[in-house]
Design a protein around this ligand. Sequence first.
Ligand SMILES: C[S@@+](CC[C@H](N)C(=O)[O-])C[C@H]1O[C@@H](n2cnc3c(N)ncnc32)[C@H](O)[C@@H]1O
Length: 214
Amino acid sequence: MSITERILFLKQFRENFQLTGSVTPSSRFLAKAIISEFVKHQKPSVILEVGPGTGVFTRELAINMKPGDTLYVCEINPVFADNISQFIQTHPDFKSVRGQIKIINKPLQELNDMAAFDYIISSLPMNNFDVKLVLDIHSYFRTNLKPEGTLSYFEYIGVRRVRSYLGKKEERMKLRELDKVLRDFVKKNEYKHEWVPFNILPAHVRHLRFNKTN
Ligand SMILES: C[S@@+](CC[C@H](N)C(=O)[O-])C[C@H]1O[C@@H](n2cnc3c(N)ncnc32)[C@H](O)[C@@H]1O
């Protein structure tokens, strides 16, 4: 990861703390863990990456894409969206798959339903969102992931719990309610879990699959 990427990330964190959710891009250890289900794919797949930031996961996805795969990259922040477009056009790791990647500069919650994804890789900083938005995002994931598809995402270990005891009362109440929603989501749908200690901050990587009953 280059110094330029780190500086860009830090600047976006300072300007858009709520949306960026982290001071620095994720490590390659976290990138490898989050794409660990995707790398097993055998047939042409449609992938949605939400929140690429400076593209640490996008690059690992590109390295593991095969002919016939299509990757949609959804990024709310126009600075990150422009940066990732440039990255894809210029970095050699994207050379053979450039034509298979589409950048969408919009929030996830404004995407049309496609019901077509084999994999969704999400970096959304859910702890910074209100409960209604998180429920809307879960609903988008459920509607748009194929029944046999996989949703992979990460969350920093212990951060929600710590924050739910600090700060203003309203924020603490929100985080406690959010904690219930997110735990319930994991309990019902998670089929694989990994810990990634080598990251700022250490993280859980979660892999989920929905069945028709929830
Ligand atoms: C924690 S950063 C992760 C960046 C990168 N994947 C990484 O791990 O280094 C969260 C990313 O989600 C993006 N984001 C936040 N809310 C979003 C939304 N509603 N739709 C799409 N992207 C969003 C932010 O702009 C940022 O790029």
